[in-house]
Design a binder for this molecule. Structure first.
Ligand code: 5GP
Ligand code: ZN
Length: 114
């Protein structure tokens, strides 16, 4: 989508601190980190939010979650863990309408979220 920030990051039109890229996925550091480690994993396919997933997207989302796990482990979270979050639409606190997995680590997270 032409007006989507994350599609522009995928296209290289907006710079990002990339962590990982393949044909289907991109991972990059969040520009406004909420933890010592805070990165996003996104599909290259523009899916606006989790409510708009099709069943056919399930393998892609499985790969996305597994890549989040692999990268979190590589970046030092294997022992203590991390917070894996997908915000959805207004009540979920989503601000960028291109589905993304947040991975937050390096500190103890609170629950429930505010
Ligand atoms: P949401 O609130 O939609 O779940 O999360 C969007 C996230 O994207 C926020 O944590 C925000 O800091 C991050 N973000 C927004 N614009 C950019 C950008 O241009 N570059 C990067 N790296 N992160 C961004
Ligand atoms: Zn997009």
């Amino acid at each position: 989508m032409s007006d989507c920030i994350f599609c522009k990051i995928i296209a290289g039109e907006i710079p990002s601190k990339k962590i990982y890229e393949d044909d289907e996925l991109l991972a990059f550091h969040d520009v406004n980190p909420a933890a010592p480690l805070h990165f996003l994993v996104i599909p290259k396919k523009h899916i606006p939010n989790i409510m708009e997933l099709d069943e056919a997207d399930a393998p892609l989302m499985g790969k996305l979650l597994f890549k989040g796990q692999e990268l979190a482990a590589e970046l030092g979270c294997a022992e203590k863990g991390a917070r894996f979050v997908i915000n959805c639409k207004s009540d979920g606190g989503q601000t960028v309408d291109h589905i993304h997995l947040h991975v937050l680590g390096g500190r103890r997270m609170a629950w429930p979220p505010g």
